[in-house]
Ligand binder design. Structure first.
Ligand code: 13P
Length: 248
């Protein structure tokens, strides 16, 4: 039984003061739900949110991490640093990091391995761009990204990871993939996991859809058989919208 998982990715948004306000508003919205939820915040908001989100049931995620535990990597953050803050999850391979900051399938794999050796659970993002979708390469490209991310990872560790399918053409554009397109890709990803491991392992791994998810389209997306959750960008900045999505 896969428990639905709604994650908010704040990207490079909100100050500490704004993060406190968000948490205060969230606390006023009581939700009786079994859905798992997390906020992936910029580094400077993590400590604030750890405290401010106490008793809300909302877990805490970082947006990136280095795969080495320490060393001469100016500007980077390590797993022990995030662990000390009580971070539960970490995003890896978001398309914006692949596009603008040189993240590759290889560094994604190194980060997966490092995180799976720690207490922090990885949430790995995959997805094609518009050109790849229109030229019919989307399935092959996403399969390659999934295979690379899980390369050399044993099944008992792999089940701790979450995958987010985020087609680049649907991110921040207001143009969502149709629920059928998203479902088809999530089914394809589960098939890849099944061939890498076995059906039981593949059935355990949470697969989210991300790309212009809003309170208006969340129910339809979450009702799809192969979609277990959502990775929400823009709409997660608003506490009311985020909680509406959590309460899909
Ligand atoms: P939007 O929901 O703003 O399209 O962003 C999606 C995303 O990239 C989440 O990681």
């Amino acid at each position: 039984m896969r428990i639905p998982f709604i994650a908010g990715n704040w990207k490079m948004n909100k100050t500490m003061a704004e993060a406190r306000l968000f948490a205060r508003d969230i606390k006023e919205m009581y939700l009786d739900t079994d859905v798992r939820a997390a906020i992936f915040a910029p580094y400077t908001q993590l400590l604030v949110l750890k405290e401010a989100l106490k008793n809300t049931g909302i877990a805490l995620g970082a947006q990136n991490v280095h795969y080495e535990m320490s060393g001469a990597y100016t500007g980077e953050i390590s797993i022990p640093m995030l662990s000390e803050l009580g971070v539960d999850y970490c995003l890896i391979g978001h398309s914006e990091r692949r596009q603008y900051f040189g993240e590759t399938d290889q560094t994604v794999n190194l980060k997966m391995k490092a995180l799976l050796d720690s207490e922090i659970k990885p949430l790995v993002c995959v997805g094609e761009d518009l050109g790849q979708r229109e030229s019919g390469q989307a399935l092959a490209l996403v399969e390659k990204q999934v295979r690379a991310a899980f390369d050399g990872i044993a099944a008992e560790k792999a089940v701790r990871a979450t995958i987010a399918y985020e087609p680049i053409w649907a991110i921040g554009t207001g143009r969502t993939a149709t629920p059928e397109q998203a479902n088809e890709m999530c089914a394809c990803i589960r098939g890849v996991l099944s061939s890498l491991y076995d059906e039981e392992t593949a059935d355990e791994i949470i697969i989210q859809y991300g790309g212009s998810v809003t309170p208006e389209n969340a129910t339809q997306i979450m009702n799809m058989e192969e979609i277990d959750g959502a990775l929400v960008g823009g709409a997660s900045l608003d506490p009311v919208k985020f909680m509406q999505i959590v309460d899909f």
